[in-house]
Design a protein. Structure first.
Length: 291
């Protein structure tokens, strides 16, 4: 409940419907300003959905009077308000998508347009609507590709997509995204070191398919791109664990993964992948208990 917000919203609506003899654009601008004030008042009282609705009405008016730069700002503000209401997922996504569309009209705002879609995708993923979120994140990556100096953002979103697809057991598609991240990072001397962990994730994801030959091929191809990887701790672990899988050596697999767990921190994502690999070796006990 926000008495001030309600009053300002009512005033804004009157201005928006008013048909002045002169200065129509000015009247619309005043209505937009009043909706912004109403949105701000609702925010003070934590009426987030109403705040978002007011900022979106301001957006619509600004689009009508061709003030698209300001309209994009109001759409972003609306999205931020909607995002605070767990029941307003669709409204949040729509607001971010509207902002992205407006930002794309300005060449200098291309990066911001992509970032707005990243926010929309993240909202959907958090709401357990991963398929929709993935589709929007892929659009964001497409926008980032149009900008200069965007490789870091492309890589970041590719890796996020890889993680999501792995959780959804879409392993081949996940590996494709991870490999794209690896190639991007290997292409820059500053980020080459960061390629190692992403490649590690790619191989673990691929091994969920129990394709030993394919996994070894991945290692060989990566060594051609990055010869120093042969000396990496993770490379040696992968060679050993793949061999144990190939031999169906449950005891050896457990020993290798247990040693790995003592030598480095094993996060939940990696444990889950190792559990999947262990199932192919024939063990019922989870790797979680071994690392």
């Amino acid at each position: 409940m926000s008495t001030r917000g309600d009053q300002l919203a009512a005033d804004a609506e009157k201005l928006a419907l008013k048909k002045p003899l002169f200065g129509k654009t000015k009247a619309q601008q005043q209505a937009s300003d009043k909706y912004v004030q109403a949105g701000n008042a609702y925010k003070i009282d934590h009426c987030w959905k109403r705040a978002g609705e007011c900022h979106m009405k301001a957006t619509e008016i600004l689009i009508h009077i061709k003030e698209n730069n300001t309209a994009s700002e109001q759409a972003i503000e609306a999205a931020k308000c909607f995002a605070k209401d767990p029941e307003a997922v669709n409204e949040t996504v729509d607001a971010y998508q509207q902002a992205s569309k407006l930002l794309l009209e300005n060449e200098r705002k291309t990066f911001d347009a992509g970032q707005a879609l990243v926010e929309a995708g993240n909202v959907l993923i958090s709401a357990d609507r991963a398929d929709e979120g993935i589709a929007i994140l892929e659009k964001a990556v497409g926008i980032f590709k149009k900008t200069s100096d965007s490789s870091a953002n492309i890589a970041k979103n590719y890796e996020k997509l890889g993680d999501i697809l792995t959780e959804k057991k879409q392993y081949l598609k996940a590996v494709e995204f991870y490999q794209n991240v690896v190639d991007i990072r290997l292409g820059n001397a500053i980020t080459q070191g960061a390629a190692t962990m992403v490649f590690f994730k790619a191989v673990l994801a691929y091994l969920q398919l129990n394709d030993i030959v394919g996994a070894r091929k991945m290692l060989d191809e990566h060594l051609q791109k990055n010869p120093v990887y042969r000396n990496d701790f993770h490379y040696k672990f992968l060679v050993n664990v793949i061999q144990k899988m190939d031999d169906h050596d449950q005891e050896g697999f457990d020993e290798v993964t247990s040693t790995f767990g003592r030598q480095c921190t094993v996060d939940a994502w990696t444990r889950a992948r190792l559990d999947g690999m262990r199932a192919f070796v024939g063990g019922d006990e989870a790797v979680n208990d071994l690392c």
